[in-house]
Design a protein around this ligand. Structure first.
Ligand code: ADP
Length: 469
């Protein structure tokens, strides 16, 4: 460069950084050649000439690459002094940094969320369960029934939020298991429901039932869905007041692929932008609002699942399509609630519930006593073990945190009564990342996820009796 920052000579590497066949480099300002404007580069070059060190600048080039430009002074500072200018392409490095940051954020949010969820689980379980029980009994007058229904709906809703947060925060290993893409879509829509409604956006879902599973990682697919919904919501909110505001989510089987579509009535994607939306750091959002990583990461996730992610837009609105190969085999058939209720109400059984929360013990007792069974309660693992060994139980429901001394209640019980394994239900909040791994004794034991509702409880009990009768 000459001393005004105008390029005098350039090699091939420089030509590529500036975008290949662009206007000849010689004669252009370095800043213009790289970033379409001299400002920024001109300043750090001037600073280096004056003998000052600067941090350099990192910017997206006119060609969509992320470039770092740094300038260092040579000897003899002054207006004529020489400076060394280094231009590096740091696109991939920045993409990696972004991903790391994302996963670090996710991990710390996960730890916090799982702590809060643990605390909310028991109160929610008993609010939802006892209100449902009262509704089922039908002894209340109409007005009270309505209130009870609202209490029950809201507690169920809060439980769903807790569950969603937990499964979102849980960092499972990136192994692929058969899962229901429609369920992932549904849960994410629920997770964002409040945000969407607040922005006056309606979401229509068309989730096919009896779809085949896909081999997937729930967290990752949920992240894709969350990105697509967030983008759709942003695009819709950017439309003028009074325009239609809706997002359509569908999951269907197309050939041998399970296809998820998210269509919005938003501002659409311009043809020029279309070629770049999956690039790292491409964003049209103002600084602070977009990272330009959402679609880039989503694309990578689709790819690692052997599937594809694509976009279409014809001026108004946009459609994103995630297609994943359908896996062979079906989900295990779930017992219908009616069958579960019938079974749970079958011949009288003896049940032991071990949980330190009186509200949870109460819920279990009230429900099963009403169905004609006998329920004994223990507030800790010690008492639980004593009662279990003194009597005969058809079902033991134990909280995962219950312990006998330093040992989990479940381990102690199974050592004394190994044959009882099929009659045990372990009630637990899903683990988030960071907590200890499941003990070996927990495998093959029926797990009941907290918060549970009456149906979950009955279904679990009926499964146990079906298996052990
Ligand atoms: P970010 O949302 O942080 O900008 P993304 O990678 O998720 O990053 O999206 C990149 C860009 O793609 C957005 O800035 C936007 O210009 C465009 N885009 C994504 N989804 C939509 C959509 N549904 N409608 C219009 N534009 C979209």
């Amino acid at each position: 460069m000459d001393r005004d920052g105008v390029i005098r000579r350039a090699n091939n590497a420089m030509r590529q950084l500036a975008g290949g066949d662009a206007p000849p480099l010689v004669g252009q300002h370095l800043g213009t050649a790289l970033f379409a404007e001299p400002a920024g580069v001109a300043e750090i070059v001037a600073a280096a000439r004056a003998g000052r060190r600067t941090g350099g600048i990192v910017r997206r080039s006119a060609k969509g690459r992320i470039l770092r430009v740094s300038a260092s002074p040579l000897a003899n500072p002054g207006p004529e002094a020489a400076a060394v200018i280094v231009v590096e392409d740091v696109t991939e490095q920045k993409a990696l940094e972004g991903q790391l940051l994302q996963s670090e954020k996710l991990a710390s949010v996960g730890t916090m969320v799982s702590g809060v969820a643990h605390e909310l689980n028991n109160p929610l379980t008993s609010i939802a369960g006892l209100s449902e029980f009262l509704l089922e009994q039908g002894k209340t007058d109409d007005a009270s029934r309505e209130h009870l229904r609202v209490i029950n709906d809201q507690a169920e809703r809060a439980s769903r939020i807790v569950r969603n947060l937990l499964s979102f925060a849980r960092k499972s290993p990136a192994e692929l298991v058969p899962l229901d893409l429609a369920d992932v879509a549904q849960r994410t829509v629920q997770l964002m429901g409040y945000e969407l409604r607040r922005n006056g956006i309606t979401v229509n879902t068309a989730l096919g039932d009896s779809l085949p599973p896909v081999m997937g990682n729930r967290d990752q697919l949920q992240q894709v869905m969350l990105n697509l919904l967030t983008n759709a919501s942003y695009a819709v909110s950017a439309c003028p007041e009074g325009d239609a505001r809706h997002i359509d989510v569908s999951v269907a089987l197309v050939g041998d692929k399970v296809v998820l579509r998210v269509t919005d009535s938003g501002v659409g994607i311009k043809a020029e932008a279309m070629a770049q939306i999956f690039d790292p750091f491409f964003t049209t959002k103002p600084p602070g609002e977009g990272t330009g990583l959402g679609l880039f990461l989503s694309f990578g996730i689709a790819d690692s699942h052997g599937g594809s992610l694509s976009a279409e837009s014809s001026g108004r609105g946009a459609t994103f399509t995630l297609a994943l190969p359908a896996a062979r085999g079906a989900f295990p058939a779930a017992a219908t609630p009616q069958a579960a209720a019938r079974h749970a109400a079958g011949r009288p059984r003896r049940i032991l519930v071990v949980d330190d929360d009186p509200a949870v013990r109460r819920l279990v007792s009230v429900l099963f006593a009403h169905d004609g069974h006998t329920v004994d309660q223990a507030a800790d693992g010690h008492d639980g073990l004593r009662q279990a060994l003194a009597g005969h139980y058809d079902l033991v429901i134990g909280d995962r945190r219950a312990a006998v001394g330093a040992e989990p209640f479940l381990t102690a019980l199974l050592r004394a009564r190994p044959a009882w394994r099929p009659r045990i239900i372990l009630a637990a909040t899903e683990r988030a990342s960071g907590s200890a791994g499941a003990g070996a004794t927990e495998t093959d034991v029926k797990l009941l996820r907290k918060p549970f509702n009456l149906r979950d409880l009955r279904t679990a009990a009926s499964d146990v009796w079906e298996a052990s009768d």
